[in-house]
Design a protein around this ligand. Sequence first.
Ligand code: PMP
Length: 389
Amino acid sequence: DDRFASSAIRDLLHHARREDIISLAGGLPAPELLPADHLGLLYTHVLDTVGSQSLQYGVTAGEPALRGLLALEGSGDPDRIVVTSGSQQALDLCLAALRPAHRAAIAVMEEPGYLGALQVLQARTYELSPVPVDQDGLCVDILEDRLRNGLAPTLCYVNPTFQNPTGASLSRERAHALVDLAERYGFIVIADDPYRELYFDEHRPPDQLRDSDMVIRLGSFSKTLAPGLRIGWLDAHQSVVARVERAKQAADLHTSTINQLVVAEAFGDKPWWNNHLDDLRTRYRLRREALSDALTTHLPHATLANQAGGFFWWTRLEGMNTDTFLTTCLEMSSGGGTAFVPGSAFHSGAAPSDHLRLSYSTADPTRFDEAAQRLANAMERAPAGKEGN
Ligand code: PMP
């Protein structure tokens, strides 16, 4: 969600809401894939069966029905689960709970990485140690070198599957090495994994991080059900859960009772749930192919990072400053413009990038061809978009 973009980019992307702009910027679910009718039935069902209790205050860690179902996906222990208002809150509460009180704290962060994570790490006053991400995810060997040289982080944030923005997934070898390092050097790995169910190959990619007291997993129903419900969760060791619960109590007492009960109904109905996820995979796969066809036709020099899941094509226009290019694209008046998120938004520093994140999840796919054509037009008309000009 690009409301979290740095302010300069946020200002620019404000224009992306103009009628004449096709926006490939936001990473929101496709509106037609939000199951409004089914959720309507479930709200009625919950109100009919649970009644006023579904509208009452609840316990901080979450509704037992939902915690139980979520535990079945992982360790089997509901006491490890805290239901949160989206995984963004789960991340924020972890950062609050893990932050040492009277000294600086360092967080290892993926670069490029999820800008909502960058924002909350900064808000919670962590000092960042950015580590590059390549096609196999976080470059764990680089992290290991830094640890050997004395880096002592409190935590390391990873988005291990179909990463936002690159689409990369952390390889099995690196995932193992990362948990080994966390145990040896004493830092927490926060694995924020909202895209793993949205895979386009035959099988769901495995969760590569082995179980460890040093690993916290974050999950979300925002991409699989609906982000407006604001239901996410964390799965962590008891000692973390206790601290997170205190932080959550202070923040908002608990997450919406009725929304949790509705999500438990949807998620607990496995025939419906599996069918729904299959439908999402099929539809997002088609959107992804439609956008890559359009880009290949109109921008043959663009390089697409070929990752089979999630919401984004991470695209490289070699030598192009994509911050400047975004301004040009938004200024295209005749024929309209196309919006995207420039690569620089996913970096902690201000360095320009020749990458851009193009989302196929939100815009009308019948307009992808036109969107790519507009990018090509803007490239032709905008030598100012090239680095150095
Ligand atoms: N983590 C990542 C990697 C995301 O891409 C997003 C949504 N853009 C979130 C977390 C936030 O999800 P939620 O709606 O569950 O807070």
